[in-house]
Design a protein around this ligand. Structure first.
Ligand code: AHQ
Length: 242
């Protein structure tokens, strides 16, 4: 390999790699106009209902994404840790999970569980953005799918702001319905810490490090595209869906 190519192939230090991952926070969906309007108290009831309806599709697909990572990961220790994410969302027969909490959030915003589960209100672009995330996890190396979940490095700070804003600006929302986000404030930092440590540990060449940053960049764009569709408003092709 030439001297230039040798220099170019030198992996980033863990500190520099972490910094490049964390730099993706400037692309995080808390900066999207829709979330800015939510945090500023400017959303209508109808907009909040469109958001909770479409985000339900994202939430219900997270376990499919995580199951894809499990299916692609040959390491028992990693699977033992990662399977917890599926249980966090799906819950168990004894203990409802995050998907059930999201349904309660929907009810507190005036959208019935039946309506959320029907997916009637899921916008085409939201469906395609979310399905792209699941497909990414199914088709890319499992460590890249792990890296794509690192948007949760930025989640808790955004959710703290959002929770405070929802409680302050939208008094018609039953605070009990916001429990989902209070739970994320506990689980997301733990999940993000494990995913970051795993990404730093396994991505030891420049090529793998750049792929991990690209995976996280992909995920910031998936979250951004989801909100573009929600922000734009109702848009379905004419004619019957079935
Ligand atoms: O509620 C969220 C959630 O369960 C997850 C799982 C995680 C992943 O595996 O990609 N990401 C994520 C996120 C959730 N909520 C979003 C929000 O802003 O409410 C943030 C989102 C993320 O940052 O990826």
């Amino acid at each position: 390999m030439t001297d230039v190519a040798d220099r170019a192939a030198v992996a980033w230090s863990p500190a520099e790699f972490t910094e490049r991952l964390r730099a993706q926070s400037t692309r995080y969906h808390n900066l999207h106009p829709f979330h800015q309007r939510m945090d500023g108290g400017a959303l209508s009831r109808e907009e909040l209902q469109r958001w909770v309806t479409n985000r339900f599709y994202y939430q219900k697909c997270i376990p499919l994404k995580d199951a894809a990572i499990l299916a692609n990961c040959p390491e028992v220790e990693v699977r033992r840790e990662w399977i917890g994410r599926i249980l966090d969302h799906d819950g168990t027969a004894a203990e409802p999970g995050g998907i059930d909490s999201w349904l309660a959030l929907g009810e507190s915003l005036g959208v019935s569980r039946r309506e959320l589960v029907s997916e009637r209100g899921v916008l085409p672009a939201v469906r395609y953005a979310v399905d792209a995330y699941v497909t990414f996890a199914r088709e890319r190396p499992w460590i890249e799918a792990v890296a794509s979940s690192l948007t949760e490095l930025f989640g808790p700070a955004a959710i703290k702001v959002r929770l405070e804003a929802l409680e302050r600006h939208y008094p018609w929302i039953d605070p009990a319905g916001l429990q989902y986000f209070r739970t994320r404030l506990v689980k997301a930092p733990r999940d993000a810490r494990y995913a970051l440590d795993l990404t730093l540990e396994r991505c030891t060449t420049l090529e793998r490090q750049e792929a991990a940053v690209a995976a996280l960049r992909f995920k910031t764009e998936m979250l951004w595209a989801q909100l573009d569709a929600i922000d734009r408003g109702e848009s379905q092709p004419p004619g019957p869906r079935a």
